[in-house]
Design a protein around this ligand. Structure first.
Ligand SMILES: [Zn+2]
Length: 353
């Protein structure tokens, strides 16, 4: 279990990539200069060759980066830089020579807000396109079946079932936009979970990677998560305030009061506070700086404030996934989601039923 932190072009927002062992890269930023990769791999080119690299077809943090398909399952059109049409052959040629570790099969990205027609089409086409990608992939590449279907749960489940029959290295739940979170996203995860029914290959959840969605997805067999959420919060001046307790430590959880998952460091109440962002957090920011200092940096629009928040937020997310991995190993994942919602998210969260 691990988390692919968003980079887009190779560097996560505000911070260095050196402390991350799994990182995302977005195809549109590299596609038009691909002759570079005749000489050097993409991970080497951006300096992340020591991390696990995961290519996405779109850049989730760029609102112009839509990925559209058509009636024929042979190509997609990516919104940046300038509505670039990419065929399956062109995509697989790029992926193979870029030497990223993991990439999804080519597919349009049908978000949870798109219509029924496109939802159904995306699932059917994704299956056909996966077969073509499999024929063209290099042996070193881990190719993931890109599960589409938009908001249509039958299509999602059907797509997952069909892809399960293929000789792929894993799966990704695609088509999750930046603003997608909550009950509808969890329904999609549930539909894919039914479709893959106990498959042990890697499964990636695309999208913003918000903590609550990650906890739910982990309980439903998802093992990898894309996440740009720590950086989005950092940009807004917010710190994740998830309690880093052991989930299995029920006594400890019982003793805790309700936690707001986020602290807004723009709030004047932090101006004179000397404590760490989150008590007992062992990240660099919390060990070396206090809340008042970060408030001051944000107030004077000094980017160091965002950097300190990004360090803290990404640390908290890494710890969260480590805790989930440990709970899974020990067979205690089942109760984690319920604990998480009941103890920390009351009033801010709607469950499926
Ligand atoms: Zn911290």
């Amino acid at each position: 279990m691990d988390i692919f932190f968003y980079t887009g072009r190779g560097l996560p927002p505000f911070i260095s990539n050196s402390s991350f062992k799994a990182l995302q890269l977005a195809l549109p930023h590299f596609y038009s200069n691909q002759e570079i990769f005749d000489k050097i791999s993409l991970p080497e080119y951006v300096g992340i060759q020591d991390s696990l690299s995961y290519l996405t077809i779109r850049d989730i943090m760029n609102p112009r980066c839509h990925v559209l398909g058509g009636a024929k399952p042979d190509s997609i059109t990516v919104g940046i830089p300038n509505n670039q049409k990419i065929t399956i052959e062109e995509y697989m040629s790029f992926v193979n020579k870029s030497k990223v570790d993991i990439a999804p099969s080519l597919s349009e990205e049908a978000s949870l807000s798109c219509g029924n027609h496109r939802s159904k089409r995306s699932a059917k086409n994704a299956i056909v396109m996966l077969d073509s990608c499999l024929e063209l992939k290099s042996p070193a590449l881990k190719l993931l079946g890109n599960i589409q279907g938009g908001k249509d749960m039958e299509s999602r489940e059907f797509c997952a079932k069909e892809m399960k029959k293929r000789c792929v290295d894993g799966f990704v739940i695609g088509g999750i936009d930046l603003e997608e979170s909550g009950a509808q996203l969890r329904r999609v995860v549930g539909a894919v979970y039914n479709g893959l029914s106990g498959d042990s290959r890697m499964i990636v959840l695309s999208g913003p990677g918000r903590p609550l969605d990650i906890v739910y997805a982990a309980q439903h067999g998802i093992t990898f998560f894309e996440s740009c959420w720590p950086f989005i919060l950092a940009e807004k001046g917010k710190a994740l305030d998830l309690p880093l307790v052991n989930f299995e430590d029920a006594e400890n959880i019982e003793d805790m009061d309700f936690y707001e998952p986020e602290l807004d460091l723009n709030d004047e109440k932090f101006a004179m506070q000397k404590g760490a962002l989150v008590e007992n957090c062992e990240c660099l920011t919390c060990k070396q700086h206090h809340r008042g200092y970060i408030y001051h940096l944000l107030r004077v629009k000094e980017m160091g404030g965002n950097t300190l928040l990004a360090i803290h937020n990404s640390f908290v997310m890494k710890k969260l996934v480590e805790k989930l991995a440990k709970a899974k190993e020990e067979g205690k994942l089942g109760s984690v989601y319920a604990d998480f919602v009941n103890k920390y998210c009351m009033g801010s969260f709607s469950t499926i039923n």
